[in-house]
Structure formats: structure tokens, C-alpha cells
Design a protein around this ligand. Structure first.
Ligand SMILES: *Cc1c(COP(=O)(O)O)cnc(C)c1O
Length: 415
């Protein structure tokens, strides 16, 4: 895969799709042949020059890569501590890092002779990115979304339809992301001869976590080279990313995993507080378990069912986490911290007001932790944050005062 040269990336997963204790393939056995077909096709294409050239060309022309690394000068000066830099994944076409692997899956599907992409989406970000990639490669696209979410994220549903996707509402149960995933898996079970499943993060059974990580590694490879060039050859002291399933974090870390002097930080949503059901801090409060076909760490009820989760950032509200992130955190290579809804909203407003950038609420979690960290570190140190997406989708919600408390006296409803 382009740039996946780190020793870590070469070592994991093992032949069975495991990252230490985590990973594997725990989907229904009748889907094994489809996953083996995908793994074999990917193994061949990942080193094919024609495939990599085509991927590069779409990244440049459709996505707008490379995205820059940018110094947050005003915030850094206010803090008086370590300097904060951001990798501008918010500048990607469709507004977040997700298109990095959506474009990859679309190209894979084309090369495999599949005519269709199937996926689930929660807030619609993954669905829009995938619909765009599918349109570019002239593939059909079927996006499953909870019926409750259809109304909530109407603008994204319109975008998906405009881009040619068929939007399938999932009405059972709570009719949100979990039901959408079940519905997408059912559709894939019926259609895998013709379709490829394009999962939303570095989660699910092998080979999905590996493929998503590899396609996302462009973030870290670019960021490393850009950072070295900006700083005259210095690596960052800290690298920070928010984590739901782990795709943006793994993408960013991939540039730095083999540099033991670079501290890697994962930031999870503490939501309202630390009570079960009020947050989605899986690595902090979860236990080993199996979710969506992979063995990992899962937020669970006492009886083992996945616990309800909440976060102001809907892209972070997931009761599991990808197997590779789970391994990296349990081994101590990556440290884990949490940020509350309230702190994320305050950071969203602060970055907008003082840097002219509107971060996604997901990314605001990473930025909030970076600000906290910067305050405790000397000005000689440098922190690199993955700014995973843009916050246009969150503006109305934040300004309507949903942040819990009054985040900023200067901001009025409806501005
Ligand atoms: C989906 C999303 C995330 C969380 O997903 P990961 O797979 O953990 O990266 C983070 N930021 C943005 C902007 C997202 O859309």
C-alpha cells in the first residue's frame, strides 16, 4: 500500500487477521468466502502500480490531496506552552478523512468487477463520502441508515441521493446506527457476488480493519513529511487524534508508530459524564468482547450486550473500537484520554473564533485535549493534531445551545 512502510504496519495483522488478542473474523461463516475473495484481491492490488497510480490521481483531482499541515499560531500564543499544528483533513472533498478509504473501496470494487458498494451510515458523513466515490467510479451505491437518523441528518440524505445513492432506512429496534449496520450486513449477505461492503471505520472482521488503515495511512505519511519540512527536520513530540473506530487515528499514527520519541494520544468522548450510557469512551471503560465481527474492547452492560452510548459528536458515538487501536492502547504505545461534550463545544467555538477554522465536533475532542496538553508542556515542544473533519454540519446544533451549559457569552442563538 502507498507509504505503508512502517515496521508496525508490516507486522500486523497476523495471518488470521489478529492484532495481538484482538481482531479476527467473527462474521457468519457463509460470508467467509466473500471476505477471502476481498483479502486476496486486495493483496494483489495493494502493490500494483496501475492501482496505486489511479488512486493517486483520484486523491489529487477529486479529493484535493495533499491536505496541508497548519500552525495554530493564535491559540498557541494564547496558551504560551507547546505549539499546536493541525493536519487539515477537514479540507478533503466531502469534508472529512472518510473519503480516503471510500475512494479506495470504490477502486477496489471496480478492479474486482463488482458493480455496487453497500454500507451503513450514522450521521451520514460516511454515506456522502461513499456516494461521491461510487459516482466517480460509476458504481451503484446503497447506504443503510436508521429511520430515526433520516430526519436528523436530512441534508446528508439529500446529498447522498443527489450523488446517486439509494438510501435504505432501517426501521427496526431503535432505528439508529446499530440497526443500519444489521440491515447493511443482510443486504451484503444477499448481494456479495455483485457488491462490496465499504465499512465506515477500521472495524469489522478481517480484512476490513487492515484495508481501512492502509487507505487512511496517506494522512500520516503526508503529515510526517510536511512536519519535517516545516520544522527543519524535527518530528512532533505528540500526535493526537480522536477515536471512534480508529480510522483517522490509525491513519495519522501510521507516520509515527516507529518513532518511539513521538508520544501518541487517543481522545475519546466522555459525553455528559462517566456513568454508563452517558459517554462513548470505549477504551477507557470497556471490556474485551466481540462486536460487528471483530474481537476488541466493547462498552457493555453487565450481561454483555453493547451498552447505550452518547456523545455530542455523533461520529464518535460507537460502543466498540477497532482491533488495532485496542492493541496499541493496551500495549501502552498509545495513551488514552477523554474530553466531555462541554469541553468539545468550548473548543469548537474557540478554534472558530481565533483561528478561522470550524472543526467537526469529533475533531474538537482531539483539539481540546491538545490545548490541555499544550498548557502543561514547554514552548519548545510541538503537538500535531489530526483535524479529521469540518464542522459545518455541527454549526446549527451548537448555536442552538446543545453544548450543555453556555459555551460562549458572545454567541447568540441563530447567528
Ligand atoms: C467518523 C468521524 C470520526 C470518527 O471515526 P474514526 O474511524 O474513529 O476516525 C472522526 N472525525 C470525523 C470528522 C468523522 O467524520
Amino acid at each position: 500500500m502507498p507509504g505503508s512502510t512502517s515496521n508496525h504496519v508490516r507486522r500486523f495483522p497476523d495471518a488470521g487477521g489478529y492484532y495481538g488478542d484482538f481482531g479476527g473474523n467473527h462474521w457468519p461463516p457463509h460470508l467467509k468466502p466473500a471476505l477471502q475473495e476481498l483479502a486476496a484481491a486486495y493483496e494483489e492490488l495493494r502493490s500494483s502500480p496501475a492501482f496505486l497510480d489511479e488512486l493517486d490521481s483520484v486523491r489529487t483531482g477529486l479529493q484535493g490531496r495533499p491536505t496541508p499541515v497548519h500552525y495554530l499560531e493564535n491559540i498557541s500564543k494564547q496558551l504560551g506552552g507547546a505549539r499546536i499544528y493541525v493536519k487539515r483533513e477537514d479540507l478533503n472533498h466531502t469534508g472529512a478523512h472518510k473519503i480516503n478509504h471510500c475512494v479506495g473501496f470504490a477502486l477496489l470494487a471496480r478492479k474486482m468487477g463488482k458493480r455496487k458498494l453497500i454500507a451503513e451510515t450514522g450521521a451520514g458523513q460516511h454515506g456522502v463520502a461513499l456516494a461521491s466515490a461510487a459516482a466517480r467510479f460509476e458504481l451503484d451505491c446503497e447506504v443503510h441508515i436508521g429511520a430515526v437518523d433520516v430526519d436528523k441528518v436530512n441534508a446528508n440524505v439529500s446529498l447522498m441521493r443527489l450523488l446517486g445513492a439509494r438510501v435504505v432506512p432501517a426501521a427496526s429496534g431503535q432505528a439508529t446506527l446499530k440497526e443500519a449496520s444489521d440491515s447493511a450486513l443482510r443486504a451484503y449477505t444477499e448481494q456479495h457476488a455483485d457488491a462490496l461492503y465499504a465499512i465506515g471505520s477500521a472495524i469489522g472482521p478481517h480484512p476490513f480493519p487492515m484495508i481501512v488503515r492502509d487507505f487512511q495511512s496517506v494522512i500520516g505519511q503526508e503529515a510526517r513529511a510536511q512536519f519535517l519540512s516545516i520544522t527543519g527536520g524535527r518530528l512532533p513530540d505528540h500526535v493526537v487524534a480522536c477515536v471512534a473506530g480508529g480510522s483517522n487515528a490509525l491513519g495519522m499514527y501510521s507516520g509515527f508508530l516507529d518513532d518511539p520519541e513521538v508520544a501518541l494520544h487517543a481522545v475519546e468522548p466522555l459525553g455528559k459524564d462517566a456513568r454508563r450510557g452517558q459517554h462513548a469512551a470505549t477504551l477507557t471503560f470497556g471490556r474485551p468482547g466481540t462486536l460487528h465481527g471483530t474481537a476488541s474492547v466493547v462498552l457493555q452492560e453487565d450481561d454483555g450486550r453493547p451498552a447505550p452510548v452518547r456523545s455530542i459528536a455523533s461520529g464518535l458515538a460507537y460502543p466498540g473500537v477497532g482491533p488495532e487501536i485496542a492493541m496499541l492502547c493496551r500495549s501502552g504505545r498509545v495513551s488514552v484520554d477523554t474530553v466531555s461534550d462541554e469541553e468539545a463545544v468550548a473548543t469548537f467555538l474557540r478554534i472558530a473564533r481565533h483561528e478561522g477554522i470550524i472543526p467537526a465536533l469529533e475533531s474538537a475532542h482531539a483539539l481540546a485535549f491538545a490545548i490541555r496538553l499544550a498548557e502543561t508542556r514547554p514552548p519548545t515542544e510541538r503537538i500535531l493534531v489530526n483535524l479529521s473533519g469540518r464542522g459545518d454540519k455541527d454549526v446549527d446544533f451548537v448555536l442552538a445551545g446543545h453544548g450543555g451549559g453556555s459555551p460562549n457569552g458572545g454567541v447568540r442563538r441563530g447567528l
